[in-house]
Write a protein that binds this ligand. Structure first.
Ligand code: SF4
Length: 338
C-alpha cells in the first residue's frame, strides 16, 4: 500500500531510535553541560521492547515502509541489538536495513551485526584530526577507535560503508581533504553534511554553515568531480564521482538545498513517539497506544491519518529565512536520530 502526505510524498523510510543515551557528547547534539552524569535519560522500562518494535514495524511495512534505519543516541549501546536485527531482517517487505553509529563500539559489534542480517552501515566521523575529534565528541572519543571499528566492519563483510561528516566553519572545515584522501579509492564514501539547527542546544548560526557548493569546489580543485543522477527517490544526498574512478563522495545540503519535497521519512523515538520531521516540535505517542492494548487496526489507522495530514517542510522554510524559523522547542536529535 502507498499512502501520500499533504505534499504527495509517499511513506517509505522509518528511522528508529533504539536508545536516547550516547557514549559521546558532541556539542552540536548532546552538549555535556546539559547532558551530564546526573541527567535523567529514559528509563529502560520506557524503551520500546523488541516485540513492540517488531509489531510497529510490521504495521509500518503495510503502510509502505521498505527502508529501516536504526539510530539513537548511540544504537550500539542497546543490549542484545543483534537479536532485534535478526527479528527485523526477517520481516517481509523490509528491503533495506541500515544502522548509523559513532563507530566507537563497532570493532566489538561488527561481526554480530553482519551475522544478524544488518544490510548497511553508516559511521559518523567528522574529522581525522585527533585533537579536533576529541573536542567534537565532547572529549569522549578518538579517531583511532572509530577507524578500528571501520576496519572490523570491512572484515565482517560491510564493503561499502557511508562516512557521515558534519562540517562546521572554523571547527573542522580545514580537515575536509584529509577525509577525502583517506577514503578515496576505497569502497566507502564520505557524505559531507551541512551543519543544521537540529534540536535546541547548538546555538546554530548560518555563518557556521559551510555550504556544500564550497566543499564541492574545494574537492574538485584537487580531485575533479562529476555529479551523478540521483536514482533513488527520497535520497537525501547528491552524489559525485571522482573522474579518475577513485570512488564517490556525497553532499547532504539541508540548509542550502532543502530536499523536503521528496522527504519520505518518519521517525520513532526510543519510547515510541512518532515524529513527522527531524525538526518537529511534538510527536504522537504510539508507545502509549501499544501499552494500552490498542488494536493493530487502530494503530494502523492512526499512523495513516497522521501521514495523510503531514505537511512538514522545515528546511525549505529555513532556507528562505536563513535563520531558525520557529520559537517552539524542537525535538532533540539524539532522541530521534538524524
Ligand atoms: S526538514 Fe523535515 S520535511 Fe524537510 S527533509 Fe528534513 S525531515 Fe523531511
Amino acid at each position: 500500500m502507498i499512502i501520500l502526505d499533504a505534499f504527495n510524498r509517499p511513506l517509505h523510510d522509518l528511522r528508529i531510535s533504539l536508545i536516547d543515551r550516547c557514549n559521546f557528547r558532541c556539542p552540536y547534539c548532546m552538549p555535556s553541560e546539559k547532558y551530564h552524569h546526573a541527567y535523567q535519560f529514559l528509563d529502560k522500562k520506557e524503551w520500546l521492547s523488541f516485540e513492540e518494535i517488531v509489531r510497529l514495524v510490521k504495521i509500518f511495512v503495510q503502510l509502505g515502509v521498505i527502508k529501516l534505519r536504526l539510530t539513537g543516541g548511540e544504537p550500539l549501546l542497546r543490549p542484545d541489538l543483534d537479536v532485534l536485527i535478526r527479528l527485523l531482517s526477517a520481516i517481509k517487505g523490509v528491503d533495506d536495513l541500515a544502522l548509523t553509529t559513532n563507530g566507537f563500539l563497532l570493532a566489538e559489534w561488527a561481526p554480530r551485526l553482519k551475522a544478524a542480517g544488518l544490510g548497511r552501515l553508516t559511521v559518523s566521523l567528522d574529522t581525522l584530526d585527533e585533537a579536533i575529534f576529541y573536542r567534537m565528541s565532547g572529549e569522549k572519543g578518538s579517531v583511532k577507535e572509530v577507524l578500528e571499528g571501520i576496519r572490523a566492519a570491512e572484515k565482517a563483510g560491510f564493503d561499502s560503508i557511508r562516512i557521515n561528516a558534519v562540517i562546521q566553519r572554523g571547527i573542522n572545515d580545514h580537515t575536509i581533504l584529509d577525509l577525502v584522501k583517506y577514503f578515496r579509492g576505497t569502497r566507502h564514501s564520505v557524505r559531507f553534511i551541512e551543519y543544521m539547527d537540529v534540536g535546541n542546544q547548538n546555538h546554530w548560526d548560518y555563518s557556521q554553515v559551510v555550504q556544500s557548493s564550497e566543499i564541492i569546489t574545494l574537492i574538485d580543485s584537487y580531485f575533479p568531480l562529476e555529479q551523478l543522477k540521483n536514482i533513488k527517490s527520497g535520497e537525501t544526498s547528491e552524489i559525485y564521482r571522482f573522474k579518475d574512478g577513485q570512488g564517490e563522495v556525497g553532499f547532504i545540503s539541508s540548509v542550502t538545498k532543502a530536499f523536503c519535497n521528496t522527504c519520505s521519512r518518519l521517525r520513532l523515538s526510543a519510547d515510541g513517539r512518532m515524529y513527522t520531521c527531524l525538526f518537529a516540535t511534538h510527536g504522537a505517542n504510539l508507545g502509549g497506544y501499544l501499552r494500552t492494548s490498542a488494536s493493530d487496526e487502530f494503530i494502523t489507522n492512526f499512523i495513516r491519518e497522521t501521514w495523510l495530514k503531514r505537511d512538514d517542510h522545515y528546511s525549505e522554510i529555513r532556507s528562505k529565512l536563513r535563520h531558525t524559523p520557529q520559537a517552539l522547542p524542537k525535538i532533540e536529535m539524539f532522541q530521534i536520530g538524524g
